[in-house]
Unconditional design. Structure first.
Lengths: 361, 342
């Protein structure tokens, strides 16, 4: 039998610190009434409702450096892995490749809250992990150590997190596991595998910068298919003939759209020049021969992109090195690896005809 | 497996056991060894029509009606999938530990008069349930029996009785019918719990209600290393954990037929540590933990598809039922308005 002792004395003994956020003016009755029709702990206005926010689900393996722990798991199994994690509970993990991105999201949130204190149109970060709840303590310690504000956790204890992503209204999912990324993509979720850059590069702490490849990332892979099947000349011909036909959308179109929605909130307050979100198109397309279709499509979707680089095949690495995005999305591992070599945080979107394994199936 | 009953057949398979009474499919565990789940007929089966007869026409008419319809099995109620899943776990446990009595034991607890017993037994057999223990109280309160049955969990439809049982220190909840059909697993028992005022006491909710969210976060951080007091369903989670460990001991962690979930409105970074540290100090594992920081629970539960979800707040219970989750209300703690009004 369970003995339930509710000791109201505990509540009365609570000392009210002077350094708290100064609500001394509120009477007990006032606060109580406020909360009366709200369901307990769920009522806080601090966290936005997932459907209002731009929800970014991040895996622990890309938010933090967890290679050592991964090795323990792979070599010695789950019980030893859990023991190791518990032993090192008070040692925060080091930042991983998605860490600067998440920090930048929080910087944008600060600016948004200043301009729109009541709005729920913010970035919302959910930590999604296969980890067992035991590891939660080390993760929370790490989050607090780095001054991150991640309040939403989804610890699946070994089962697939893919099913939860829709429940969280996930707008973008960043993972280290290529297999899970492919599964999520098949479910229609905007997702990418994030890679560690091979050298340290500083990125902005005040302006979120997101760079996108065009075909098979923002747009569908229809044009790449023609290029692969019939070569470059046919590709140009096809693009010119279809100049006024919109391209179909790719997996990350929705995420660019979400960024654009937040950008407009800054423009509405006259902060276009100082906007803390900046987007970049870095495409191998040639401008004169195939650029029209891409730009007309973006315009028809009502999407703006701040900077557009038509490379006509020139290497993307140096461009990205100059841009220093917090993340760069590309569908081709060739470009992702090239970018990572030069210090860019690059993420692979395994979509479309460029995926060799898919072509081989 | 066959149902052996009748005077000609002897029950047990093991030759060493003494002959036992007929009606025994297999030996029933001693209540103190088993995890005893007491279930009311009104949540195990759909009995709304019969309830109406009772309310409108009184007990004599009700009994007549039941006897008339004796051979018509009741339809499954909200607790039916849960009980089926308990039996699936028992099958797995018996394979691994044939001699053990550490199993789920289901007791049908009902106000009903013994006349209705025939219809109940017909129903149980129709649905291939193995419920051998009945407690038919013919109108008097079953609460007193629950302790005698070493009840680890009591599922009822009657909010009043649930409150009485809670006051007696029994782990209990009122089960609600989900508003739409959802399929749940037939091979893996999934039980989801709210945190505060279900697994843990309601002490933190009291602070939140009295002083607001910031004070709550502050209090939780200051008391990070102080364990939370336990709530009404902590013991049941403990019982589930004990059975889970039996599977882990045989190398079946990944294939365990019991899975537990924490679905809490708590925020991870601001108030998660105390909850996780408390669970660990109690030696309780939970398989999946969702810290929602106020996000709606409905979509998460829809994904999990638990056989039952326990929450202390009707707001969450109703929200879950709307989305097809089998939700049960634990009327404990400061969130109960009526309790506050007394």
């Amino acid at each position: 039998m369970v003995k339930m002792s509710v000791d109201p004395a505990k509540a009365k003994d609570l000392q009210i610190c002077a350094s708290s956020n100064g609500e001394k003016g509120d009477s007990w009755e006032e606060t109580d009434e406020l909360q009366e029709d709200r369901p307990g702990l769920a009522a806080a206005p601090k966290q936005p409702k997932p459907e209002n926010a731009v929800t970014i689900a991040v895996s622990t393996r890309v938010l933090f450096r967890t290679e050592r722990e991964q090795k323990v798991f792979e070599r010695h199994g789950v019980e030893e892995y859990l023991r190791y994690q518990i032993q090192h509970e008070n040692e925060p993990f080091a930042p991983g490749p998605a860490f600067p991105f998440v920090k930048a999201l929080e910087a944008v949130n600060s600016r948004l809250r200043q301009l729109y204190p009541q709005s729920e149109e913010l970035f919302d970060i959910v930590l999604v992990t296969y980890n067992h709840a035991h590891v939660g303590i080390r993760l929370i310690n790490t989050i607090n150590h780095h001054n991150l504000f991640i309040e939403r956790f989804c610890m699946t204890g070994g089962s697939s997190p893919i099913g939860y992503l829709a429940a969280w209204h996930t707008d973008l999912y960043l993972s280290a596991d290529a297999q899970k990324v492919r599964e999520a993509l098949a479910e229609g979720i905007a997702v990418a595998t994030v890679f560690m850059p091979e050298k340290q590069t500083e990125v902005s702490e005040s302006q979120l910068r997101v760079a996108f490849d065009g075909d098979a990332v923002l747009f569908s892979d229809e044009s790449e298919r023609i290029f692969k099947a019939h070569g470059l000349d046919k590709f140009f011909e096809h693009e010119r003939q279809n100049e006024d036909t919109l391209l179909d959308h790719g997996p990350l179109k929705g995420f660019l759209e979400a960024l654009g929605k937040l950008q407009k909130k800054f423009y509405a307050k006259g902060q276009r020049l100082d906007c803390p979100i900046r987007t970049y198109l870095v495409t191998a397309r040639s401008a004169a021969s195939s650029g029209l279709r891409a730009l007309k499509t973006l315009r028809a979707w009502g999407l703006e992109i701040d900077e557009a680089l038509f490379l006509a095949g020139a290497p993307k690495g140096p461009m990205l090195e100059k841009i220093r995005p917090h993340i760069y999305f590309d569908d081709q591992m060739f470009h992702v690896e090239g970018a990572a070599e030069m210090g860019t945080i690059a993420a692979h979107v395994p979509y479309g005809v460029a995926q060799k394994r898919q072509a081989g199936k």
